[in-house]
Design a protein around this ligand. Structure first.
Ligand SMILES: C[C@H](O)[C@H](O)[C@H]1CNC2=NC(N)=NC(=O)C2=N1
Length: 96
């Protein structure tokens, strides 16, 4: 499952994520999104839920939190780029 996303896969799976606020990171095969919550408690509760899936799937986000804001970057370090695991985690994060 962990292989770099093909060009054709990118065309189908990335577009919905871009529509949902994800964007490519400049100079890197990775995606980024900023989440805003009501306050720190909400932000951290969301991070806790996301962390459970990250751990279950052994696929971990690069993220940064200040108060109600969470900056998330997803990439698959093992393949040095985007894989289906990043898509899966991005979709899950959006649904939590
Ligand atoms: C050893 C361990 O299974 C690997 O380092 C896992 C852990 N979490 C990971 N997370 C991410 N985002 N990319 C990886 O390649 C990755 N690999």
């Amino acid at each position: 499952m962990t292989e770099k996303l093909s060009d054709t896969a990118r065309q189908t799976v990335l577009e919905p994520l871009f529509s949902a606020g994800w964007e490519m990171v400049e100079g890197r095969d990775a995606i980024h999104k900023t989440y805003k919550f009501g306050d720190f408690t909400e932000a951290f509760a969301w991070m806790t839920r996301a962390a459970m899936f990250a751990e279950k799937w052994n696929h971990h986000p690069e993220w940064f939190n200040v108060y109600n804001r969470v900056e998330v970057t997803l990439s698959t370090h093992d393949v040095d780029g985007l894989s289906q695991l990043d898509v899966k985690l991005a979709r899950k994060m959006d649904s939590l």
